[in-house]
Design a protein around this ligand. Structure first.
Ligand code: NAP
Length: 370
């Protein structure tokens, strides 16, 4: 029986992964072993066969006993441990949610509904490093797969609205604490029907700017605000998150000539789920009905939302999508710029299709179960 080691299983992505695997009854036919960087010896999760003590995720020899390792621990961990394991001669499969290895030549970015062929080719060639893609890239590709597959995309501009949970557990807590601080400051005036709204605005603005809200994780208030910067700066003015859009899209699609993808990545006060407003330059002027049919038919998870207010409010918001695998695509129309310019809005759960689900499915592929 193959052994599968899980590292980072109690973080945001890892706990969503374990939850999905439990629900889908995936913990069978292999021996799961749980590792930790901080709690070795404590009881691990019980996924059906009783809880075993956690093993040390910094112990190369313990890791090397595994046939497959699944890491949701983060890029620093991958950068430290993956080279050590390979240097020690470990030939197992490394399946990772972090970005550290994504652009390595012998690593494959996995999003199997979109690039199953590349995954199979890589497995046949004996490649052993498989990495989930950047969350907004994977969600954009799941939504727009029909247009990419049909060769209809000349370029894409993606303007993102990314949730607090994309930055990790601490950031989610900080957002709620900020919301609480604002609510406390404004409650009396907000609840008094006779109060002056400009006074409420003044109090909230003052609270946002007086330095009293917790901002250690985000560096600025996110509640009642937004932050048009995600990740570190690149030399050309893009952020690293924006840079990933083009390089990862083209690596996943295996394009011979890169398709330009660019835009601005913005953190907003949504708890979970990343949204994107897309501008797509089509390679030719295709009727909207054809575009809709291509998008809707591309995979089992994409769902077309009619370009109507009621349907949009009901199905095209982070709150509506959170915790589910659907990728709704709506607000779809040709732009005033011309018949080759399409706009769309899409939302997806960045912890599911944006992180845990491609990793989970890659594990099942390696185990020969998908
Ligand atoms: P995270 O929530 O910060 O968890 C990472 C690790 O932190 C855990 O495995 C755990 O390791 C440790 N940890 C320390 N205190 C903890 C606590 N109180 N609760 C839970 N864990 C705690 O990181 P993440 O957001 O899951 O991200 C993991 C990787 O996936 C990163 O490379 C990230 O870039 C990538 N990713 C994240 C998202 C997302 O939406 N968050 C999306 C796509 C990709 P020990 O048990 O070993 O201590």
């Amino acid at each position: 029986m193959q052994s599968v080691g899980f590292i980072g299983w109690r973080g945001m992505v890892g706990s969503v992964l374990i939850d999905r695997m439990r629900r889908e009854n995936d913990f069978q036919g292999f021996e799961p072993v749980f590792f930790t960087t901080s709690q070795a010896g404590q009881a691990g999760p019980d996924v059906g066969g009783g809880a075993s003590p956690l093993r040390d995720a910094n112990d190369v020899r313990a890791l090397a006993e595994m046939d497959i390792l699944v890491s949701c621990q983060g890029g620093d961990y991958t950068k430290e441990m993956h080279p050590k394991l390979r240097a020690a001669g470990w030939r197992g499969y490394w399946i990772d949610a972090a970005s550290a290895l994504r652009m390595k030549e012998d690593a494959v970015i996995v999003l199997d509904p979109v690039n199953r062929k590349q995954i199979e080719q890589a497995l046949n060639k004996g490649l052993r490093d498989f990495v989930g893609g950047n969350c907004t890239v994977s969600l954009m590709l799941m939504g727009m797969q029909g247009l990419f597959d049909a060769g209809l995309v000349e370029w894409v501009s993606s303007m993102t609205y990314q949730s607090a949970s994309g930055a990790g557990a601490k950031n989610m807590k900080e957002l709620v604490a900020q919301m609480g601080g604002l609510a406390d400051a404004g409650r009396a005036l907000a609840e008094d029907p006779a109060s002056q709204v400009l006074e409420l605005d003044r109090i909230i603005s003052a609270k946002l700017n007086d330095g009293s809200l917790p901002t250690d994780a985000f560096g600025a208030p996110l509640a009642a605000n937004l932050i048009p910067w995600i990740d570190s700066a690149m030399e050309d003015g893009r952020t690293r998150e924006e840079w990933k859009g083009m390089v990862e899209t083209n690596k996943i699609l295996g394009t011979a000539t890169p398709i330009p993808v660019d835009g601005q990545c913005v953190r907003v006060g949504a708890m979970r789920c990343h949204s994107q407003a897309l501008t797509v330059k089509l390679t030719r002027d295709v009727p909207l009905a054809e575009v809709e049919a291509l998008i809707a038919g591309a995979n089992d998870w994409v769902k077309l939302v009619p370009n109507e207010k009621a349907a949009t409010l009901a199905g095209l918001t982070p709150a509506a999508v959170s915790g589910g695998l659907d990728i709704p695509v709506g607000r779809l129309r040709k732009m005033a710029l011309g018949g080759e310019y399409l706009t769309a809005f899409t939302v997806g759960d960045q912890l599911l299709w944006g992180a845990a689900e491609p990793v989970r499915r890659m594990l099942l592929i390696v185990l020969g179960r998908l």
